[in-house]
Design a protein around this ligand. Structure first.
Ligand SMILES: [Zn+2]
Length: 127
């Protein structure tokens, strides 16, 4: 993982640290970000731009050093955080309960959106 990837991961952690979702903060130790376009050519992956396992976040595109990919990375790192607390229940929930309404998916979307609103209001823009 390059410096831009490490910096983006740190920014994502900083955003998640603002949220009180789990008892322990997200740990970055052993977490890697890889860019693999081929992964998203797989039939089940075509509609996604990111995917997370317990320790690896796979992105369709390179990390944008300007921060444009931070929402996506925050979303995926939230999934890593969820799996650090629910290593079996979280991934199984997608197999058993589907994607869009899944409580972990809803939570990750909210986590990525929440800090964006805080940043917007901090900058004086409408939230
Ligand atoms: Zn997700």
């Amino acid at each position: 993982m390059n410096d831009a990837g490490r910096a983006a991961l740190e920014r994502a952690r900083g955003r998640l640290d603002q949220l009180d979702l789990y008892p322990r903060p997200v740990r970055l130790q052993g977490v890697r970000v890889v860019v693999a376009r081929w992964w998203f050519r797989l039939p089940m992956m075509r509609r996604f731009d990111g995917w997370a396992s317990h320790r690896v976040i796979v992105l369709r595109r390179s990390i944008d050093p300007s921060g444009a990919s931070d929402d996506l990375l925050t979303h995926e790192l939230c999934h890593v955080w969820q799996m650090q607390h629910h290593p079996l229940r979280m991934p199984l929930s997608y197999l058993l309960g589907g994607y869009w309404e899944n409580r972990f998916e809803v939570e990750a979307r909210a986590a990525a959106a929440a800090e964006t609103r805080v940043q917007l209001s901090r900058n004086g823009d409408p939230a």
